[in-house]
Design a protein around this ligand. Structure first.
Ligand code: PLP
Length: 482
């Protein structure tokens, strides 16, 4: 049935038409995954090209759905960088999966806004439950479970988790008076020189001033040096400042560096500092017992986050944020206007997640995570995580076996940092040529001042033959340059 706007009694899409067009969209997505490897991984459009293909103003007359969907193929597809291609090795993965896409579709179908328990009890209770499941599945400390004083919440991103951690820490350190003028000026925070830019952003947003964030030096494996952290804290205290927050990272963005949580945690305990652990990408690895040593010392943490939207096959956006003491977080963020008062909240028997993050409104994100956990099972997730790590270790061996290349640091998990033994300029040329070819997409960083290429292995469908082909292409392009 072709949709004919003239024949409709209203402008809405009827459930029947939704069914028909919904099937067409699901077909389109399934076909997209079938042919994804035929597209250049990195979009080739020029700045402004997509907008030029679009009408200057919004349509006045309704358009048939078929035409709208047709423009996905014609206008949008060329401007897509294919994050779900198995040849995507850039940044960190943002891997998706069938069950997650379908869970997300259902969340859209319900269209609930779960700001309060009362606004859709299932939205809150499923989230609490699934986050409790993950405490066990990832062997996180029991204090992060909702049954005690702690609990977990889904945030949009690790950046939001970092911000909430900083805000809760700021309030706890000032007896919940940091919003009073002048109270924040002397507060100092600490993280390593390798931590993610979202930590600095959180400090800026929290009104603490990026000058008050100390970037602690790292060792040869790009892990924070706890002794230098302790020295910096002591120096600040001696100068009359108020150290209050430390962020450690399990799996830094540049090189997958692993901060020593245990030693950092002890410093935090000694000086009564809030300890946040950012495990955005690498946290998923803890699903496998053999990779849990990277989070030794996590029991010192006041808060912790990892992103199922990076490596746990759960479509963006989905970050799991845990706190050991939910009171500190809620007290920092809660403002209760009259129009949100309700009996369930007043009973004290429910969680209202609106108090656990910056926005009021929230999507039913737990559905997609629940679908993933049930569809894969812990075993399925372990299987794929192990496979990604195995592939990365394999790739590192290939790099070591070719004298033209250098393995910059042994890969702890699924990120391989390497470079051609040549200038930064030549390495940049190598990466640009590979990305221009469309065969694969990888990105760079700077480590010890040198440009380094990053092979980040975590896309859902990346298999051995994709890696072999990628390495072949890298060697081929290298032969043209050195
Ligand atoms: N922390 C680390 C270690 C990351 O690698 C990243 C992103 O790559 C982030 C935080 C930010 O993630 P998000 O986009 O969820 O804010």
């Amino acid at each position: 049935m072709a949709s004919n706007p003239q024949a409709k009694s209203s402008f809405h899409m009827s459930p029947e038409e939704f069914r028909e067009q919904g099937h067409a969209v699901v077909d389109w997505i399934a076909n997209y995954y079938r042919r994804i490897e035929s597209f250049p991984v990195m979009s080739r459009v020029l700045p402004g090209e997509i907008r030029e293909s679009l009408p200057k103003e919004a349509p006045v007359q309704p358009e048939p759905f078929e035409r709208i969907l047709g423009d996905i193929e014609k206008i949008i597809l060329p401007g897509i960088t294919h994050w779900q291609s198995p040849n995507f090795f850039a940044y960190f993965p943002s891997n998706a999966s069938g069950p997650a896409i379908l869970g997300d579709l259902l969340a859209s179908g319900f269209g609930v806004q779960g700001m309060l328990w009362a606004t859709s009890p299932a939205c809150t209770e499923l989230e609490t439950h699934v986050l409790d499941w993950l405490v066990t599945a990832l062997a996180l400390p029991g204090k992060f479970r909702s049954a005690g004083n702690g609990g977990g919440v889904i945030q949009d991103t690790a950046s939001s988790s970092a911000l909430c951690a900083v805000l809760a820490a700021r309030e706890r350190a000032t007896n919940f008076e940091a919003n009073r003028a002048g109270a924040r000026q002397k507060m100092t925070a600490y993280t390593s020189s390798q931590s993610h830019s979202s930590i600095e952003k959180a400090i800026k947003i929290a009104g603490l001033g990026s000058d008050n964030l100390r970037l602690i030096e790292v060792d040869e494996s790009f892990a924070m040096r706890p002794a230098m952290l302790a020295d910096a804290v002591k120096l600040d205290k001696a100068a009359g400042r108020i150290p209050f927050f430390v962020c450690g990272t399990v799996g830094t963005t540049s090189s997958n560096g692993m901060d020593p949580l245990e030693e950092i945690g002890r410093v935090c305990r000694e000086f009564n500092l809030w300890f946040h652990v950012d495990s955005a990408m690498s946290g998923t690895a803890a699903i496998c017992p053999e990779f849990r040593h990277f989070q030794e010392g996590i029991e010192y943490a006041d808060s912790y986050c990892f992103n199922p939207h990076k490596w746990m096959f759960t479509n963006f956006d989905c970050d799991c944020f845990y706190v050991a003491d939910r009171k500190a977080l809620i007290e920092a963020l809660s403002v209760l206007p009259e129009y949100l008062r309700n009996k369930a909240t007043e009973s004290g028997a429910v969680i209202d997640y609106r108090d656990w993050h910056v926005p009021l409104g929230r999507r039913f994100r737990a559905l997609k995570l629940w679908f993933v956990l049930r569809y894969y099972g812990i075993e399925g997730l372990q299987f794929h995580v192990r496979e990604h790590v195995r592939l990365a270790q394999e790739f590192a061996k290939w790099v070591l076996g070719d004298k033209r290349f250098e393995l910059v640091v042994p890969p702890p998990l699924n990120l391989v940092c390497f470079r051609l033994n040549a200038s930064d300029e030549v390495n940049q040329q190598l990466m640009d040529a590979l990305n221009r070819s469309g065969d694969l997409f990888l990105t760079h960083t700077k480590l010890r001042g040198r440009l380094v290429l990053r092979m980040s292995i975590g896309q859902t469908n990346t298999a051995q033959h994709h890696l072999e082909k990628a390495w072949e292409r890298i060697q081929e392009e290298a032969s043209r340059l050195v």
